[in-house]
Design a protein around this ligand. Structure first.
Ligand code: SUG
Length: 453
């Protein structure tokens, strides 16, 4: 730490979720139009994992700090057993496949790949005790995602294990009043990443009281959940802004704020329909930030809500380069859409803002389930000392990347349909792969099958 409250050596590390071997299209996410549209399609788990690793590698090669988080144990046989399916693993899977195919699909989802929903993070320059704070998201809005937080908590505790630097909180009560979907609804705005920041929490509804909510699709984040996380992490009113997401955006398929806005440093790139009260949100940020806010507003006349949702322009990663300018990492779908591609050139690249470069990444396997480049990563701003205190081998380098690619090629199938999910061989393959992965990453035993006595 050199100046007051400022850490000079803080870097934002993007921890991408490794896509799990059971990646499939089950149409599980109500209000997520890509998931609803592609349910039942055959997936390619191998291609999905390799696309994710290729994105990680190219950002690592470009000089950004890149981390990786492991997938979860799927099928979640424990969840099936808790629902009354008994017998051998093969019997449990066969009966679930016969009697409750929707439940079987849910317990096979590889949804933990979207690590933007894994947790909410407060980096150390902002926390009163000078540690990095973590709260796993309860993801209680859907059954398949409600299965994630327990293992997420174990994985985060295994990696961010040194209590001198890292503080772990419990997920919020998994009930609609405290519905929480993690960092996807949270943006930290600041000068450099090591300077104190202001935390923008975007919620879809208020559980106790409150006004207009969406009519068609569910709001997955409550104000009460966001407030509880800020309290857990010790943030004050001067450090926080709580803004309601526009209900019309949720009803158009914007199920998380990161589908319609992305911030980095002092820049907030957003669609005009992102917030119910745009001016109030910007004013609240401006009045709290130590650095001038740089809003980059995209009006509906340039890009409609529907185009924002179908191309996921706002689900891009906005990354800081050493000189202070920024790179926007967009999904391939943005380049395929003429209107959006033109708006990127005219509004973003030619506008008065630090965005100086666009990188296009193909993450189509994930996009078909509504997960773009920004969904696939959890941002954790860490000082050099905190990076040095990480457990396991999770910061990507050439060697780790090559080993992960080889691991995927050894274990993953290149085609999976919903009917394949009852195959007991798939479950065996997956557990063997995951067991090997925890050794490769050096994170110890984190999966239920490894912890069972
Ligand atoms: O929760 N899709 C995920 C996508 C999450 C995207 N994350 C962010 N925007 N940060 C979801 O809706 C679909 C699974 C399926 O249908 O098979 C799914 O869960």
């Amino acid at each position: 730490m050199s100046r007051d409250g400022v850490k000079d050596d803080v870097l934002e590390v993007n921890f991408d979720g490794l896509v799990g071997p059971t990646h499939n299209y089950a149409g599980l996410a109500h209000g997520n139009v890509a998931s609803m549209r592609h349910g039942g399609l055959a997936s390619n788990p191998r291609e999905a994992a390799l696309q994710g690793l290729a994105k990680m590698k190219s950002l690592m090669d470009a000089g950004y700090a890149q981390g990786v988080l492991p997938p979860q144990q799927r099928p979640d046989l424990g969840a099936l057993r808790s629902l009354g399916f008994a017998g051998s693993n093969a019997e449990v899977l066969a009966r679930a496949g016969r009697e409750a195919p929707q439940i079987l699909r849910a317990v096979c989802s590889a949804s933990s790949m979207w690590t933007a929903n894994a947790a909410t993070i407060t980096p150390s320059p902002d926390a009163p005790d000078g540690r990095v704070h973590f709260t796993p998201a309860n993801l209680q809005s859907s059954f398949h995602r409600y299965l994630e937080p327990e293992t997420t908590g174990r994985v985060l505790a295994a990696i961010f294990r040194d209590p001198a630097h890292f503080a772990h909180h419990s997920a919020l009560p998994a009930t609609p009043a405290f519905s929480d979907e993690g960092a996807a609804n949270h943006t930290r705005l600041c000068g450099d990443h090591g300077e104190p920041g202001v935390h923008l929490y975007v919620y879809g509804r208020q559980a106790f009281g409150g006004e207009r909510g969406p009519q068609r699709y569910p709001a997955r984040q409550t104000l009460e959940a966001s407030q509880a996380i800020a309290r857990q992490h010790g943030l004050t009113d001067a450090q926080t802004v709580f803004a309601q997401q526009h209900p019309e955006a949720i009803d158009a398929g914007v199920f998380h704020n990161d589908v319609i806005a992305v911030g980095n440093g002092p820049v907030l790139l957003y669609h005009e329909m992102a917030f119910l009260d745009e001016e109030q949100t910007l004013d609240a940020l401006r009045s709290r930030m130590a650095t001038p806010l740089i809003p980059v507003r995209v009006p509906s006349e340039a890009i409609s809500l529907e185009e924002a949702v179908s191309t996921y322009l706002f689900n891009s990663q906005l990354l800081t380069n050493p000189g202070g300018d920024m790179t926007l990492v967009v999904p391939g779908e943005c380049q395929e859409n003429e209107t959006v591609w033109r708006a990127i050139q005219d509004l973003l690249l030619a506008g008065h803002n630090p965005i100086g470069e666009i990188l296009v990444k193909d993450v189509k396997q994930s996009m078909r389930n509504g997960g773009g480049p920004a969904c696939l990563r959890l941002r954790v701003a860490l000082s050099a000392q905190e990076r040095g205190a990480l457990g396991g081998r999770v910061l990507l380098d050439e060697g780790l990347h090559a080993e992960l690619v080889a691991w995927v090629e050894r274990h993953y199938r290149d085609r999976l349909t919903p009917d394949d999910l009852a195959d007991p061989q798939l479950a065996e393959e997956t557990l063997a792969a995951l067991d090997e992965l925890t050794r490769l990453l050096g994170i110890g035993n984190v999966y239920p099958f490894q912890l069972a006595t």
